[in-house]
Design a protein around this ligand. Structure first.
Ligand SMILES: Cc1cc2nc3c(=O)[nH]c(=O)nc-3n(C[C@H](O)[C@H](O)[C@H](O)COP(=O)(O)OP(=O)(O)OC[C@H]3O[C@@H](n4cnc5c(N)ncnc54)[C@H](O)[C@@H]3O)c2cc1C
Length: 548
C-alpha cells in the first residue's frame, strides 16, 4: 500500500514536471523563432537572399505563416488554434499517462496535480511584467487569450478532480473525509474558482468590478490551494508558493511604478471633437515609446481605476482617448468642463511591444478610429528614427467617421504629410463637414459601402456632451490638417495590401502595421495571408487591438 502510494506520488510529480517542461519547450520555440527572425533581418540576410541554402527554409516559413495567419472559427488565427491544440494535447498526455487505474482516487489525484499545473500557467500568463515581453515579441496583452483558455481548463480539471474524489469516497463509504480541514479548504478554493468563472459575465458589462473581484478571488484561490495541501512533502505546495511569489512580485513592481510616477505628476486634459480627449502628462515613465501603452490613474476622475492607453508621443507623454461609457466618458466630460486644467496623475508602465522596423522597404500603417493612437505615434517615431536615410517609404491609412476627428492627431498628421516618404490617405465614412479641400476618390483602393467595423460600438462614439465649438472645424483644425485630402468611404484593404506587394521588388521587405476595431483587423489579417508568397517580397503583419 505504502509502495503504491509512493509510486503514485512520484508519477504525479513527474506529470507536473512534464507539463512544466512542455511549456518551457513551447516558450523556447517562440524565443528561437523571434530571435532567428530578428537576426535574419538585422544581418541583412533577407536582402542578400537570392536563393541557395536559405531558399527552402524561407519558403517554408512563409507558407506556414500564410496558413497560420488566417482566421479560423473560434480563434483569431490558425496559429492561435495550433497553440490551443498543443495545450490540450499536453493536458491530455499528462492526465492519462503513468496513472494508477486500480481505483478512482488515482485519476482524481492526478487531476488535482493537473489543476495546480494549469493554475501556475494561468498565474504566469497574468503577469504584466512578464519575462516573455523581452524574450519574445509577445507582451502580456498578446497572452490574454491563452490566459483565459488556461483559466477555463483549470476550472474544468478542478471540477473533475472534485467530482471523481466524491464518487470514490461514496463508493468506499468514506464521504465524511470531505469534512476534514484540508478538504474544506479545497472546497472553498473550488467554489472560488466557480465564482471566478461567473465573474467573466461581468467583463463586458462592468470591467472594473470584474477586475477587482477577479484579483481578490485569485488570491483566495491561491491561499485555499495552499491550505488544501499544506504539507511541503507533498510538493504540490511548491507550485502554489511559486504562483504566490510571481504574482506578489508583479503586484509589487506595479505598485512601486505607480508610486514613483505619481510623485509630482500632472495631467492636462484637452477635449477633442467626437468624444476624444487629449492627455498630456508631465512625467513619462522610463522606457516610454510611441506604440507602447501605460495604465493611467487619474484619482479625480476615478479613485481606484486604472485604464490602459497607448502612448502617442513621449516628449511630453501624450495619449488620445476615445470616450466609451465609463471612465473615458467621465474623463471627456471633465475635459470639456475644465480644459487645460492640471490634475494629479500617475502611471504604471510602459508595457507592450512595437515592430522592429529595421531594414524595411515599405511600411503600410492602417488604423480605424482611436486605433490612430497607435499608428500615428509609431509612424512619426519611425520618421524621426529614419531621419535622412533613404529607403523606407510609408503608406499611412486612417479611417475615421468624421472629418473633425483629424484634430485628434493634427500635429502628427501635419508631420507625416510634410514628409516626402509618406503617402497619406484619410478615409472619412460619415461626412459631417466638408473641408476646404475637396474629398477625392482614389482608384480601386476605395470601397463605397460604409464599413461595418466603423459602426463598432467600441469605436468613435459621438459625444453629446461636447460643446458646439468642438464641432466647428475652423476652430479645431489647424490649417495643415484642413489641407489634407480626404477620401470618401472605407479603404479597400485587400486591394491596398495586394497593390503594395505587386508594386514591390522581388527582394523588398514590407510590413503592415494595423490597429483598429475587430472587423478591420480581420480584413487586414486575411489580406496579408492572401499575399504571403514563397517567392517575392517578404510581408510582415503587426496588428494591435484595443481590448481582450
Ligand atoms: C493595450 C490597450 C491599449 C489601449 N489604448 C487606447 C488608446 O490609446 N485610446 C483609447 O481611446 N482607448 C484605448 N484602449 C481602450 C481603453 O482602455 C478602453 O476603452 C477603456 O479602458 C474603457 O474604459 P471605460 O470605463 O470608459 O469603458 P466602458 O464603457 O465601461 O467599457 C467599454 C469597453 O472597454 C472595456 N474596458 C473597460 N475598462 C477596461 C480596462 N481597464 N481594460 C481593458 N478594457 C476595458 C470593457 O470591457 C468594454 O468592452 C486600449 C486598450 C488596451 C487593452
Amino acid at each position: 500500500m505504502a509502495i503504491s502510494k509512493k509510486l503514485r506520488q512520484r508519477n504525479n510529480e513527474n506529470a507536473a514536471k512534464y507539463f512544466a517542461s512542455a511549456f518551457c519547450g513551447f516558450i523556447a520555440l517562440f524565443i528561437i523563432f523571434h530571435w532567428t527572425r530578428l537576426l535574419y533581418k538585422r544581418c541583412g540576410l533577407s536582402k542578400k537572399r537570392t536563393g541557395g541554402v536559405l531558399k527552402l527554409p524561407v519558403a517554408f516559413t512563409r507558407l506556414s505563416r500564410q496558413l497560420l495567419t488566417r482566421k479560423v472559427p473560434g480563434f483569431p488565427s490558425a496559429g492561435h488554434n495550433l497553440v490551443f491544440l498543443g495545450y490540450i494535447v499536453t493536458n491530455l498526455c499528462i492526465t492519462f499517462t503513468e496513472i494508477d487505474w486500480t481505483n478512482l482516487v488515482g485519476l482524481s489525484k492526478r487531476l488535482g496535480w493537473v489543476t495546480v499545473s494549469n493554475l501556475s500557467l494561468v498565474m504566469f500568463l497574468s503577469l504584466k511584467n512578464t519575462p516573455l515581453a523581452f524574450m519574445t515579441a509577445y507582451s502580456y496583452e498578446h497572452l490574454q487569450p491563452l490566459h483565459q483558455i488556461a483559466g477555463y481548463t483549470t476550472i474544468a480539471t478542478w471540477f473533475m478532480h472534485a467530482m471523481i474524489y466524491i464518487t470514490a469516497w461514496d463508493y468506499s463509504h468514506t464521504l465524511h473525509e470531505m469534512l476534514e480541514k484540508d478538504q474544506i479548504m479545497g472546497i472553498i478554493g473550488g467554489i472560488s474558482l466557480l465564482l471566478l468563472l461567473l465573474t467573466t459575465l461581468l467583463r463586458k458589462w462592468h470591467y472594473e468590478l470584474f477586475h477587482i473581484v477577479h484579483s481578490l478571488l485569485a488570491v483566495l484561490i491561491l491561499i485555499m490551494a495552499g491550505l488544501h495541501r499544506p504539507n511541503l512533502v507533498q510538493k504540490s505546495s511548491y507550485a502554489i508558493i511559486f504562483c504566490g511569489a510571481i504574482w506578489g512580485l508583479d503586484r509589487l513592481i506595479r505598485t512601486v511604478k505607480l508610486s514613483i510616477y505619481g510623485v509630482g505628476n500632472k495631467a492636462t486634459l484637452t477635449p477633442l471633437p467626437h468624444g476624444g480627449t487629449k492627455i498630456v502628462l508631465k512625467k513619462a515613465p522610463k522606457g516610454a515609446k510611441a506604440g507602447k501603452h501605460i495604465w493611467l490613474h487619474l484619482p479625480c476622475i476615478r479613485k481606484i481605476e486604472l485604464h490602459p492607453f497607448t502612448i502617442v508621443s513621449t516628449d511630453p507623454l501624450e495619449l488620445v482617448v476615445a470616450a466609451q461609457d465609463g471612465f473615458t466618458r467621465d474623463l471627456h466630460d471633465h475635459a470639456v468642463k475644465n480644459p487645460g486644467v492640471e490634475i494629479s496623475a500617475s502611471v504604471d508602465g510602459p508595457y507592450g511591444s512595437v515592430l522592429d522596423f529595421y531594414g524595411l522597404d515599405k511600411v503600410v500603417f492602417i488604423a480605424g478610429g482611436s486605433g490612430g493612437s497607435y499608428t500615428a505615434g509609431v509612424a512619426v517615431d519611425l520618421l524621426r528614427v529614419l531621419g535622412d536615410d533613404e529607403g523606407t517609404v510609408v503608406e499611412f491609412v486612417w479611417v475615421v467617421r468624421h472629418t473633425e476627428m483629424l484634430a485628434w492627431f493634427s500635429p502628427h498628421l501635419a508631420e507625416l504629410s510634410s514628409s516626402p516618404r509618406v503617402n497619406m490617405r484619410i478615409h472619412v465614412t460619415h461626412h459631417s463637414y466638408s473641408p476646404s479641400s475637396p474629398s477625392i476618390s482614389g482608384p480601386d483602393e476605395i470601397s463605397s459601402t460604409p464599413p461595418e467595423y466603423m459602426q463598432d460600438p467600441e469605436k468613435d462614439l459621438p459625444s453629446p456632451s461636447s460643446p458646439q465649438s468642438m464641432h466647428d472645424p475652423e476652430k479645431i483644425l489647424p490649417s495643415l490638417t484642413r489641407e489634407l485630402h480626404t477620401l470618401d468611404g472605407r479603404p479597400n484593404i485587400p486591394a491596398l495590401v495586394r497593390n503594395t506587394v505587386v508594386d514591390a521588388e522581388k527582394g523588398d521587405r514590407l510590413a503592415v502595421v494595423a490597429c483598429g476595431p475587430g472587423g478591420m483587423m480581420l480584413d487586414v489579417r486575411k489580406a496579408v495571408a492572401d499575399n504571403l508568397r514563397a517567392e517575392g517580397p517578404s510581408l510582415e503583419l503587426w496588428s494591435e487591438h484595443f481590448g481582450w
